[in-house]
Every structure is written in C-alpha cells, then in structure tokens.
Write a protein that binds this ligand. Structure first.
Ligand code: BGC
Length: 722
C-alpha cells in the first residue's frame, strides 16, 4: 500500500469516514488516561481505535510512570554499534507497548552542529553517516516490535536557543550532505513517521516547508508514512496542510482545554520563559487542523484529497503496526534483559580519553569516590526525554558494590542542579524526571547518616590523600529548550578536580556530559573517562569499566575542542542575528572543520583508548564498496576495537570537498593474541557529493580510504577507483 493509493482496509475506511471524522484523525487531542504524549482519538463507529504517541528517546515517558532509563543517544552512538542500537530500539518498542503506546517519538537524528546545544545528548553525532546508521538501526528495532518510529526533528534543528523561531540559513548542498542525510537513512530504514521541527529553514517554518516535506521527503525519498508536527509547532492551516504536514500535535492547548477556552494556558507567555525564551513553544495554540482545515477545504484552499492523503498515511501506519486489527498485546517493561541492556550500552559507550596506567583498578585498591553528584545516577538531560526509572544505581553505590578495598565517598563541592524545560512550563513535569535523587537520596543514601551533610573540599582532599586511587565524578547539565551557557563544567568542579589531583597522583576523572566539555586539568590527572549520561545503570556500568570487567571501547562521536575553536561560534552563525543563523561554515562541521582548521582538537573524532592494544595489518579492498583489515590484540587483556574508515576524495577542479568523511566502521572483540579480519562496508554517499543541478554525483578518480582507530590514528590505507 502507498499513501497516495491506499488499498484494503485503509481504502475502505477512507470511503466510510465522514469529513468530520477525518478531521479528527489528523489532529491530536487529550489522552483520557493522561499517559500518552500525543493522542489521536479513534473513530469508534468504524472500529478505528485511539492512537497513542509517547516520548523517547532515552526511555518511555508515559504519564510519569516508570520505565527503563536507557543511556543517552550520544552514549549509544559512542558504542559505534548498530546491532546494539537495534536492540535498544526493540527494547524501547517493547516498553512502549507495555505502556499501551503505539508510536515512539524517537530517534533524534539531528547532526550535532553546535557543541553547546542543549539536546546533543538526544542526538548521535556530528557525522551524518554515523547518525544515519544508528537512527536506522533504532528504527528497525522499534518497528520490529510493531510500534511506529518517529525520526525527529526534521530538519536543521541544531540549537535550542530560539529554536521556535530561528531560521537556519543553509545552502542546499550542505543540507543534503549533512543535515538531511540521517533522515534519509531513517526513511530508507522504513520509519513510519517524521517529526517536523519548530525552526525555520531558509525563512520558512519546517511545518509548512513544501520543498522539504513535499518535494524532498515525500517526493524524492518516497516517504509514505505521516509527518507529525513537533508539539505546538504547527504555524498555519493552509500552508502546513499543502506543504505536507499530516498530523497536528498535540492539537489542543497544553491545559487540555480546547482552543480559546481560557484557563491557565491562555495566560501563558512563552516570552516570559527567562533563559528558555525562544525555546518554549506557544502552548496555548491548537486546533489548526480542526475546524479551520475543514473551512480551508470548503474554500478550495486545501484540496479535499490532501485530507484523504493525510488520513491514509496515519491509518496506513496504524495498520502496519496492527492497530486496526484489534487490541494490542505484549510488550515488556523493566525486564532483566532491559536492565542488562541499559547497563551494557552505558558501558560500551564509555570512552577512555586518557590513561597513564592507573586504570583498570585492582580489586583490592582503596578508592575515594568523589564528586558533587557522586550519590546520584546521571539519568539524562531535561525536557521531553526525561525518564523515571524503577531503580537507579549511583556511582558511589556501583563502586561500593564492586570494590574489595575500602571505599570512602565525599562530595567536595555543592551539587550540580538539574535544569529542565518543565520548570518553565505552567503544567510542570507531567512526564517523569525525578533525576534519581538529585537530593542524594534516591540511591538509598541519606546525607546525614552518611556523615556528609555539607560538601567540604578539605574532606574530599583528605579522602583522596588517604586512598590508593581517587575517582572524581564531574558532570554538566543540559536540557531541551535551552543551550548550555558554555562548554565549562558548571560549579566548582574544576577546582575540585585540581585539588584532588594535587592530593593523589593516581586520580581518574569520570565525566558525565551531554556533549563536549572543556577539561582544563586534563594533563594533571592519570585517567579520564567520558561516560555521557549513562541512565539508570550509571554506577554499575562505570564500576565494570573502572575495574576492567569490561573494556572501555567507546569512541567519540563528536570532536572535543576548546569552545572558540569550533566553527559556529560567531553570533551570525550561532545563535543567529535577527532570527537567522547562517550556516556559513557549510560542510565544515565537526571533524570536517578540524581537518582544515589551524588548531588541533583536544580529542579527535573517533578517539578512544582500550585496556588492550591492537596491531593492524595492511588494508585490502574487498570490492568497490568494502574494505578489510586484519586486527590483532597484542595486549594482555581482552578488548574490543572499533575500526573506522575515512574516504579522501580526489581533487576535482572547481569542486570543494571536505578532506575526509567517515564511510564505514565495524567493531571486533579479540582475546589476547587473537587476530581476525574486520570487514567494513562503505557508505556510497561518502564517495558522492551533492551537486545542486545534477544531484548526487560521484567524480571519477582515486579515493583513498584511511583505515584506523580514529580520524587521527590512521593505521593503513587503500585506494578505490571510481
Ligand atoms: C520536543 C519533542 C517531543 C515533544 C513531545 C517537544 O518539545 O521537541 O522532541 O517529542 O515535545 O514531548
């Protein structure tokens, strides 16, 4: 079935539905059970059940009820493991089903352009090939469980500052080669839904962008699912409907009352949001696809068959996931498998940035576990991805449970407070988000009883001095609706690290961050682990890495650099001037920028150390679209190596291209002394460039393929002719 030519049940329903009923299917309304993030009332007369959409991507946020709090998308990305991403998607799908939900508002596939963007933790990478492969895998997993995946936020929603108004001024080639690519991969993977973002692209709101919705997404890519608006992002009736928006969400004002019914929401002023101004949508808006759409059709401003197409697309997805066949069954939540998966992803996504040999810890070592939030699991950032876990393990608990030696715990400096979009909304956090004890108690600790009522730097220093090893946990704070102020660690954490490192030269630092952070003390400490936002399994996962039960095999899916060294730092580029953010850096985002910049990044894309040691043989060309290399574990511990391939295009007169682009990656686990061949499939689009006239073009010539363990650590090279 295609949306434009429905058959069977969907076609029959289209014939039977009245205009009024059709209008009810393209607009959200309040969930009587209060669980769904978005709710489409069904048509009882014809046996069309209600359809429920629920937030992700870090877990299922159904009306504040508990669910497995999975690691942040960025942590999943750092594992460089599409199979794991597929498992994560399937688990999310089962949890959504168990909560009676039909569609999940995930994955987030925006390319990381702005290092301080408040939602980078919900995204995968600065590289579109990596983001696309992971988004596709999560979608395959989700949809294998018969729930609809919703890839978001289409497109160029790369900052939270002013997200509801800003226009991304971006040329077509950059759009195609960077920002659209993960979405195309998502559509190719069969995503049933695409969420149109709040922002504008080249002056037009995405929710009413004909070129992006109708021509590219539905036309060129053949997307036959439905386009849903981001929440309160629908800007118009006629333009949005004609551009290709299919479903208005949530369709009613946030207070749950219809349109101009008054009440709390009618007094809401998004501009009063303080730091969130421009990041908060107008929640008093709803109903543009209700009666006004009927009137527009009557007036001849929207073709009648556009409404049929909208309905067919929505019903088509309902049918695909079995919603039209009767009751949903199954699903599973908080199973031992899901708990283990959450822990496995958190561990596999942990990146060992530095290690002078202090890690892994010996079982018997005495450890000082230090950090302002060491007694809290770092679940995620603020906003619609907040997930309330059944249970969570803090770093302090995880280390205590694993250590044989003595463990002392000290906070050292005041806790880093969470920030959440929900704090700025009149209805508060209706969907979860108790950050597992930002008060320090959800992990079972009581500060008074633990003898640490007030954080005290001297006490932390004394604990560090008295232990064999000090492990300091530091974190940032990030939320939807607002970008981070800068890339510095908030509060007094840098002072804490410096003081502890001065007291104990065997100091390891674990960073929990939503994206790159500056680590000014990095030369003064013995080891650094980047563990992102690890979710409910935080303490267990990090203990398994610290003690070497698992190899830290994560790799950076984003470049770490000093804030001023990134390309989008001038106000005209970010956050924009007069409502326009000019993407003047074009394709030179992330490592594409650092490949030509005068400065070196602090940690390059793809970087990550291991407790093992790997030797590479000579690369071979398997065929025009795959390369191989023998990798041997020459260390004395088992390890997992992520092998990466970057394509260097030939130079062609008059054509500017990035120096290199990630084309493929594959991971291999090896016992000490073991040697095996790794095969890497190469993404065809890494060879191509988008020519605004000719479309995707592959220039003939020699393409060098660099194979190695990061973009800076190339071990062997082969050439492919095209
Ligand atoms: C976010 C979406 C989310 C939606 C529903 C919006 O504010 O941008 O990612 O799915 O709210 O909660």
């Amino acid at each position: 079935m295609t949306a434009s030519d429905p058959t069977g049940t969907v076609a029959d329903l289209l014939c039977a539905l009245t205009r009024e009923e059709k209008l009810g299917l393209v607009r959200g309304t309040s969930d009587p059970e209060g669980a769904a993030t978005g709710y489409v009332a069904g048509v009882e007369r014809l046996g069309v059940p209600p359809f429920r959409l629920v937030d992700g991507p870090l877990g299922v946020r159904a009306g504040g009820r508990e669910a497995t709090a999975f690691p942040a998308s960025l942590a999943l990305a750092a594992a460089f493991d599409p199979d794991l991403a597929r498992e994560a998607g399937a688990a999310l799908g089962r949890e959504a089903k168990a909560r009676g939900q039909d569609a999940v508002l995930a994955p987030g596939a925006n390319v990381v352009r702005v290092p301080a963007c408040g939602r980078n933790f919900e995204y995968y990478s600065e590289d579109p090939a990596l983001a696309g492969r992971l988004a596709a895998a999560v979608i395959e997993g989700l949809q294998s469980e018969d729930v609809v995946a919703t890839v978001k936020h289409y497109v160029a929603n790369n900052q939270e500052t002013d997200r509801c108004r800003v226009s991304a001024e971006v040329d077509e080639r950059t759009l195609r080669e960077l920002y659209l690519r993960p979405f195309r991969a998502a559509v190719e993977a069969g995503a049933g839904s695409v969420m149109a973002a709040y922002n504008r692209v080249n002056g037009t709101y995405v929710t009413e962008h004909r070129h992006l919705l109708r021509d590219v997404l539905k036309g060129e890519w053949g997307f036959d699912g439905y386009v849903v608006s981001d929440w309160f992002a629908t800007e118009s009736t006629v333009d949005a409907a004609n551009a290709g928006l299919d479903l208005e969400m949530p369709g009613v004002p946030a207070a749950g009352e219809d349109d101009a019914a008054g009440g709390a929401s009618s007094e809401f002023d998004p501009e009063a949001g303080g730091d969130f101004a421009g990041g908060i949508p107008d929640i008093t808006r709803g109903g543009l696809f209700g009666a006004p759409l009927g009137e527009a059709i009557d007036a001849g401003e929207v073709p009648e068959d556009r409404l049929d197409d909208m309905v067919a697309r929505i019903l088509g997805q309902m049918e695909r996931v079995g919603r039209l066949d009767g009751d949903r069954d199954g699903g599973a939540i908080d199973t031992p498998e899901h708990r283990a998966l959450a822990e496995g992803i958190a561990a596999r996504g942990t990146v060992l940035l530095e290690n002078d040999g202090v890690l892994p810890l010996s079982d018997a070592a005495s450890v000082a576990a230090i950090g302002p939030n060491v007694r809290d699991a770092t679940l995620g950032g603020g906003g619609s991805s907040e997930t309330t876990p059944f249970d969570a393990t803090s770093p302090a608990e995880g280390i205590r449970a694993r250590a044989d030696g003595a463990v002392t715990v000290a906070r050292g400096v005041p806790p880093i407070e969470e920030r959440s979009l929900f704090d700025a909304l009149p209805f508060g956090d209706e969907g979860g988000g108790d950050e597992a004890g930002s008060d320090g108690e959800a992990d079972g600790w009581d500060d008074e009883a633990a003898g640490d009522p007030h954080p005290d730097l001297d006490e932390a220093v004394a604990a560090a001095r008295g232990a064999d090893v000090a492990v300091v946990f530091v974190r940032d704070t990030a939320t939807e609706g607002m970008d981070r102020d800068d890339l510095r660690l908030p509060g007094e954490q840098n002072d804490l690290v410096r003081a502890v490192a001065a007291a104990n030269d065997r100091t390891a630092v674990v960073v929990n961050s939503s994206g790159p952070v500056e680590l000014p003390w990095r030369d003064d400490v013995a080891a650094i682990l980047e563990a992102w936002y690890p979710g409910q399994a935080d303490g267990r996962a990090i203990a398994s890495i610290l003690y070497g039960d698992r190899d830290p095999s994560g790799r950076l899916p984003i470049t770490f650099a000093a804030e001023d060294d990134y390309p989008a730092t001038e106000p005209a580029r970010y956050p924009g001037v007069d409502g326009r953010a000019r993407y003047e850096e074009g394709l030179l985002v992330g490592y594409r920028h650092f490949d030509v910049a005068a400065v070196e990044p602090v940690y390059p894309f793809g970087h990550g150390l291991s407790y093992a040691d790997f030797a590479y043989g000579d690369g071979v060309v398997v065929d025009g679209s795959a390369v191989g290399v023998d990798v041997e574990n020459v260390g004395d511990r088992p390890g997992r190596e992520v092998v990466q391939a970057y394509v260097r295009p030939p130079s062609v007169d008059g054509v500017e291209r990035p120096v290199r682009e990630l084309a493929g990656f594959a991971a291999i686990s090896l016992a000490p002394g073991e040697r095996r061949r790794v095969a890497l499939d190469l993404d065809e689009r890494a060879f191509g460039r988008y020519d605004p006239d000719a479309g995707w073009t592959i220039d003939s010539g020699s393409y060098d393929v660099e194979i190695g363990r990061s973009i800076e650590d190339v071990r062997t090279e082969v050439t492919i002719e095209r």
